[in-house]
Design a protein around this ligand. Structure first.
Ligand code: ADP
Ligand code: MG
Length: 572
């Protein structure tokens, strides 16, 4: 008996904070959403030291009178819903009345607010204690959150370095700004401006402000409506496709939400327009009757449920391809057949070619277990006999056995070593074939530290600033040449910004391996006997002809003895 107590307010708020306020960017999100709900036209966000020391959000919205301001910091105090009926028709971004008390529980808060009628109010909140005084009467609200997580050391320790925390804040503000083109946003980090939108109400302009001119130039508008929902927004042309999914932005009723199934449908809708490893750059706004949407799935409201998801998926699969087909695309759609690939004829500087031309001594193959990958023993003289399924070379060795060679794996090994050798020389760098400008979104740009820039340079790519969030690629490695220089640079950058290793040699190696794979002869490509013989000769010149750079076998050997054994001819 008597084990159960009611938690005191401060403790209850701290527990709620655990769910709502995960990191500095969550504070920014909650405060900005409050400003938007207060009909602000201008929202100014300032963040210091990753948001650990200070976050200030100032708006010109409707403000609060003194009683409301005091109440706002209390738990479950909200002006946005009154009854259960309202809970199922949420039109505002907030409604749980949890954000301000949660923030107050884990930081020191100063709230300055005024409705424009009479004096304003300033409140200092610290550990459940409020100090209230008069303030200037200018309409709007300014929230200053200092020393975040000062009393929750575990949370504080869990935070990443400033670059990562800032990237998260920039991403959240970018999405809120995209969802509200009619509001002028400005975000500065340690007093440096990161983004600023005009609030003129045009989403394309907001896109331009956030992602730069180049991105905006290749965006196509799309719109569709049916009784249950409508969608609008911009579809990036295939030429500005990205190497990750982070540029698929879905906004629902003014909220940036994570809709995994919808994201998959968007990727699917682009399928005929993009090669498999590229992802679309899209910004889509969905407007759905709030009665059909359940935003109350998670305290952060990042994930939502809604009833017409299937219908929306269907619509996307029709509307997106139609829109992409309708307009003559500025970039060429990439629909490749294997025949379009030009294998084995890379432009290499003479110096490197000479490096590769030395013939290695040829030796003979030994007996192997039937059908096993050839181990690194002796090198046989192989004569090409034909091709199986336009995929495997059938070759005969001189001793009555035969060897099957996977033509793609073999070409991959050959290209890999060519590129590797190339990387050892000083003149492996070149300029892109066509001027190449890439966009890095602000949140990723924040991760692009001088050290990472250095790593990128060591892997052979040089970027120079070229306008807002855009960079001109001035140097690339020779092996990045040909049709997909852009994807090469973007993938490399993606790996440097998000990958686990920062060792430039490891990154370059990985890039070379993947580039060799893409540039290599594919399966289902027919070859003449002479081409096959050339492939075999090239393969023997590599340092390890038996495996592709990913470690898969290039060939499987059957010796004369294996054949005899399998046909029960041994002992004759
Ligand atoms: P919720 O947004 O879920 O209602 P919050 O704790 O975030 O809960 O905010 C509590 C209340 O404080 C809001 O309902 C609103 O009335 C008021 N409020 C918060 N921020 C602002 C602001 N920037 N301008 C005007 N009112 C605000
Ligand atoms: Mg709120």
């Amino acid at each position: 008996m008597g084990k159960i107590i009611l938690l005191d307010n401060a403790l209850a708020n701290m527990i709620a904070a655990g769910e709502v306020i995960e990191r500095p960017s969550s504070v920014v999100k909650e405060l900005v959403e409050n400003s938007l709900d207060a009909q602000a036209r201008r929202i100014d966000i300032r963040v210091y030291e990753g948001g650990r020391t200070k976050i200030i959000v100032t708006d010109d919205g409707e403000g609060m009178d003194r009683d409301d301001a005091v109440l706002a910091l209390k738990r479950h105090a909200t002006s946005k819903i009154k009854t259960e009926f309202d809970l199922f028709r949420i039109k505002t971004l907030g409604f749980r009345g949890e954000a301000l008390p949660s923030i107050t529980a884990v930081s020191q808060v100063e709230l300055i607010t005024a409705t424009g009628c009479g004096a304003g109010t300033r409140i200092h909140a610290h550990e459940d204690h409020l100090e209230v005084e008069d303030a200037p009467g200018k309409r709007g609200t300014s929230m200053t959150v200092s020393e975040l997580f000062y009393n929750t050391p575990a949370r504080l320790k869990h935070l990443k370095n400033d670059y990562v925390e800032n990237a998260s804040t920039i991403e959240i503000v970018s999405r809120l700004a995209l969802a509200h083109p009619d509001v002028a946003f400005s975000l500065s980090i340690d007093d440096r401006e990161q983004l600023a939108t005009t609030g003129l109400g045009k989403q394309l302009e907001t896109i331009m402000r956030i992602y730069g001119h180049e991105a905006a130039k290749y965006m196509m508008p799309v719109a569709y409506a049916c009784p249950d929902f409508s969608l609008s927004g911009y579809l990036g042309q295939p030429s500005i496709a990205k190497s990750n999914r982070y540029y698929i932005i879905t906004l629902l009723n003014g909220r940036s939400v994570y809709m995994p199934k919808i994201q998959t449908s968007i990727i699917e809708a682009y399928r005929d327009f993009l090669p498999p490893v590229r992802f679309p750059f899209v910004i889509l706004n969905f407007t759905i009757d709030p009665a059909l949407v359940d935003v109350n799935v998670h305290p952060s409201k990042r994930e939502i449920r809604f009833t017409k998801e299937e219908a929306l998926k269907e619509a996307l699969l029709q509307v997106i391809p139609a829109a992409l087909r309708e307009k003559p695309l500025m970039g060429t759609p990439i629909i490749k057949t294997p025949k379009d690939e030009k294998p084995l004829d890379l432009v290499l500087p003479d110096q490197v070619l000479s490096l590769l031309e030395e013939d290695e001594p040829q030796t003979k193959i030994d007996h192997e277990a039937p059908g096993t990958p050839v181990a690194r023993k002796k090198i046989p003289q192989l004569r090409a006999i034909g091709q199986l399924h336009e995929t495997y070379l059938v070759t005969a060795d001189e001793e009555g056995g035969f060897v099957l060679i996977d033509q793609h794996a073999a070409a991959e090994r050959i290209n890999y070593e060519r590129f590797q050798a190339l990387a050892l020389t000083d003149n492996y760098k070149t300029t892109p074939l066509v001027p190449l400008v890439i966009t890095i979104k602000p949140s990723e740009e924040a991760l692009f530290t001088p050290e990472k820039r250095m790593v990128l340079e060591q892997t052979g790519v040089i970027l120079e600033p070229f306008g807002i969030h855009t960079y001109k690629v001035t140097e690339i490695p020779l092996w990045a040449r040909e049709d997909d220089e852009r994807s090469y640079v973007e993938q490399l950058l993606d790996q440097i910004l998000h990958g686990r290793t920062t060792d430039p040699l490891a990154i370059r190696d990985e890039a070379i391996a993947s580039k060799s794979c893409k540039r290599s002869l594919k399966a289902n490509q027919s070859l003449t006997l002479a081409e096959m013989q050339r492939l075999i000769a090239d393969l023997w010149k590599t340092s390890n002809p038996y495996a592709c750079p990913h470690g898969r076998p290039t060939m499987i050997a059957f010796s004369k003895y294996d054949l005899e054994k399998m046909f029960n001819r041994t002992g004759f």
